[in-house]
Design a protein around this ligand. Structure first.
Ligand code: ZN
Length: 522
């Protein structure tokens, strides 16, 4: 039986500066979904990339005295270095300055032109020389661009090609009606429908006189402008116009993960563009929330270079670990909504969940079994673990967590896991204190240790998409019968042992390698 396919994309980023933690947040959410789907039998393709054909990027390279392409390549290397450090399991990374992308865009735009949905006209609007771009009335403050208050925006009129988005209004409304799950989270759906009903305008899709960018194939004076270039990244990476079999295999995308601020382009313009080219729209667009920085005074601000509050993901990874980074953001920031970051909160969540509950429970069990039972709990091969919290029904808990992950409600999934699996396990250990029992009643201690391995096993499986390395280390520390490569959520409730329970982890001075050492305050 062929495996079901799952094609995921993330938004592509401007490489005019290094990624900050808000950028990383999106890639993490996509990666968790990709890893979850892979665990459950899907053949997954995760596409990422950088958005390089913009005036901003060319300007930044010029400021640094670098060749634009060389600058883009170096930034792409830096981006990938961060994604690799965070264990983002992408399958392809597209740079829009690559020739294969230019070829994809030329083929696509030509198709839409041939189908009669692109017309030549004039574009007229307010132009900021500082930004080298047109501004809408709304963006200007007293006739000036807020980024360049010492320049007055000027009226400018130039020839341009337009995509006739207005022709797709009725089709789009019908499309959204027939695909009620297309916009996620659902709360953003109404806004999109209102926007479409309000009347769609034709979209200016070219620029004249630019040297950096992809030329319009039938009119070389023009370059392709922004969306008709950027959105097509999703198709370049799976072979549109270069590898038809590959493209047919993966298209349409199952989920486009994007920031909520660009939902409109993905939910109106993009399906219309695809329809105009005779292609099927994606199955779902997921507009995630933003991460805000919480200052020491408790004020929330957006991460921005100009505020000087950018946190480089590499700093967190180097100082703690990729796993700690992944866990914090998925646990603390609701993916569909907004979240906050502060170093204090980071330390609190890390210590409470990872160091105290997960790390400590794991280390206690492994150490005690190693030290007092020679690493093997003899005679336990056929034992069935006792439930350590009578209020928790394990199959129900797993099913609920699974539903949260599938709906990208990652923080709800992890909170539930902590509350109903890790906290009870930790409390169970504290209550039964096997470190004392081993001195008085070895048989009772054996039972307690055996029982607490069950929640550790379940947690390792459920945490696999979130903190893959630590989850694997925990799981492989014991002789569970199911190979790590084959664990799944839906079979996590029961797990057999390959014989008597054994600790396989390497111990040093009787202890496992500390997984999440406490962050000391101050
Ligand atoms: Zn400006």
């Amino acid at each position: 039986m062929p495996r079901p396919k799952f094609f995921i994309t993330t938004a592509i980023d401007y490489p005019n500066s290094r990624p900050h933690i808000g950028t990383a947040f999106e890639k993490l959410g996509a990666d968790v979904q990709a890893r979850y789907r892979r665990m459950h039998g899907y053949e997954v393709f995760l596409l990422m990339g950088n958005d390089e054909n913009t005036v901003k990027v060319a300007k930044r390279a010029a400021e640094l005295g670098q060749d634009t392409k060389a600058y883009c390549d170096d930034m792409a290397r830096q981006f990938r270095e961060i994604w690799n450090a965070l264990d983002i399991s992408y399958d392809v990374f597209v740079q829009t300055s690559e020739e294969r992308h230019a070829h994809c865009c030329r083929t696509f735009i030509q198709k839409v032109f041939d189908n009669g949905y692109i017309r030549k006209d004039f574009y007229e609007g307010w132009y900021c020389d500082g930004c080298e771009s047109f501004k809408t009335e709304k963006e200007l403050i007293e006739g000036k661009c807020p980024l360049h208050p010492n320049m007055t925006a000027v009226r400018r009129k130039e020839p341009s090609y337009f995509f006739e988005q207005s022709k797709f209004q009725d089709w789009l409304l019908k499309f959204h009606e027939e695909h009620p799950d297309f916009v996620q989270p659902e709360s953003r759906r109404n806004e999109i429908l209102e926007y479409i009903k309000d009347g769609l305008r034709d979209v200016n899709i070219t620029r004249v006189g630019e040297t950096w960018g992809i030329r319009v194939p039938w009119d070389q004076e023009f370059t392709i402008w922004v969306w008709f270039d950027a959105l097509l990244t999703y198709m370049t990476g799976i072979g549109y116009a270069s590898d038809d079999a590959q493209f047919q295999k993966w298209w349409p995308a199952d989920i486009h993960f994007i920031g909520k601020d660009i939902t409109r382009f993905h939910c109106a313009l993009w399906p219309a563009m695809l329809h105009a080219a005779g292609l099927t729209p994606p199955k779902m667009v997921f507009g995630h929330g933003f991460v805000y920085k919480k200052t020491e005074e408790g004020v929330l601000e957006r991460f921005s270079k100009s505020l000087g509050n950018v946190v480089d993901p590499m700093d967190v990874v180097t100082k703690f670990s990729a796993e700690a980074f992944r866990y914090f953001f998925m646990r603390e920031c609701p993916f569909p909504g907004d979240g906050e970051f502060s170093w204090q909160r980071f330390a609190d969540v890390y210590n409470a969940d990872l160091a105290n509950k997960l790390g400590n429970t794991y280390s206690r069990v492994v150490t005690l079994v190693g030290k007092n039972f020679g690493g093997t709990l003899e005679g336990t091969a056929s034992w069935v673990p006792e439930t350590i919290d009578a209020n928790v029904d394990l199959p129900t808990l797993i099913r609920e967590i699974s539903e949260h992950v599938e709906a990208c409600q990652y923080s709800q999934a992890l909170q539930k896991l902590v509350l109903q699996c890790l906290t009870p396990a930790n409390q169970y250990l504290d209550t039964h204190a096997p470190w004392k029992l081993v001195k008085t009643d070895l048989a009772a201690a054996k039972k307690v240790l055996f029982n607490v391995v069950q929640p550790l096993r379940v947690a390792a499986i459920l945490l696999k998409p979130f903190i893959p390395r630590s989850a694997e280390a925990i799981y492989r520390s014991f002789n569970f019968a199911t190979p790590w490569e084959e664990v799944r959520y839906d079979t996590a409730a029961t797990g057999e042992l390959a014989g008597d329970l054994k600790v396989l982890a390497k111990l040093e001075d009787g202890k496992p390698t500390p997984m999440f050492p406490q962050i000391k305050s101050g």
